[in-house]
Write a protein that binds this ligand. Structure first.
Ligand code: 13P
Length: 250
């Protein structure tokens, strides 16, 4: 059985002192969970968060990474830099980066390859716009994004990759995909991965749902056959609310 992975994406929120308070509040609330918990935090919080999650069940991720090891790339952070301070995961290809910062399927693929080479575990985001959904293109868009992100990745590396299906129209809008829709889209991504690799890989790969996940909808989403947890934005900023999502079985 696949594990459940619940990741918070803090986006551009939380100062270091707020991050430390958050961790102190959430640690006792989630100490008994069997689910994997990841916090993807701003670069400026990484070091503080890493120091404060030691001896807890919280893992730490960044929200972006460059593909080069180092060089004249003002303002960028390399996979080697993230790895050197103990970061384990990195979100790659979030729709906000595709939309506002020129992230393309090609740069996503370069970043995924480089992250893996430096021992980071990518959380690759895919998802359709409202217009694409209304035009009946959802499946085509998300399977193409998946295929292009994984181009040239050996199957042995797939155990270190998480895919997050995030329909763009559901992000930060309060609109959640229905469980059936989210599950069907995730099944389509799983099928694409089966075509690229094989059914062992597709049955094992973790695929999360993201887009207005809250404590009130987490259980029905995360118990669907193909949804292996969530990538949570707004609701991951409040310790009690995020803890309820992590403890969705209770
Ligand atoms: P919300 O949970 O705020 O809709 O954000 C989802 C998201 O983009 C997580 O990466």
């Amino acid at each position: 059985m696949r594990r459940k992975v619940i990741a918070g994406n803090w986006k551009m929120h939380m100062l270091p002192n707020e991050a430390i308070n958050f961790i102190q509040e959430i640690v006792p609330l989630i100490k008994d969970t069997k689910n994997e918990v990841i916090l993807c935090v701003p670069y400026t919080d990484l070091f503080y968060v890493l120091l404060n999650v030691q001896e807890t069940n919280i893992k730490v991720g960044a929200q972006n990474v460059h593909w080069e090891e180092n060089g004249a790339y003002t303002g960028e952070i390399s996979p080697k830099m993230l790895k050197s301070i103990g970061v384990e995961y990195v979100i790659i290809g979030h729709s906000e980066r595709r939309q506002y910062f020129n992230e393309t399927d090609e740069t996503v693929n370069k970043k995924v390859k480089s992250a893996l080479n430096y021992g980071l575990k990518p959380i690759i985001c895919v998802g359709e716009t409202l217009e694409q959904r209304e035009n009946g293109e959802t499946k085509k868009i998300i399977t193409t994004q998946t295929r292009l992100a994984l181009e040239g990745i050996e199957k042995e590396k797939m155990k270190d990759i998480i895919i997050a299906y995030e329909p763009i129209w559901a992000i930060g809008t309060g609109k959640t995909a229905t469980v059936e829709d989210a599950n069907e889209s995730i099944k389509a991504i799983r099928k694409e991965i089966e075509e690229i690799y094989d059914s062992n890989i597709s049955n094992e790969v973790i695929i999360q749902y993201g887009g207005s996940v809250k404590s009130t909808n987490a259980k029905e989403l995360f118990t669907a056959s193909d949804i292996d947890g969530g990538l949570v934005g707004g609701a991951s900023l409040k310790p009690e609310e995020f803890a309820k999502i992590i403890n969705y079985e209770n």
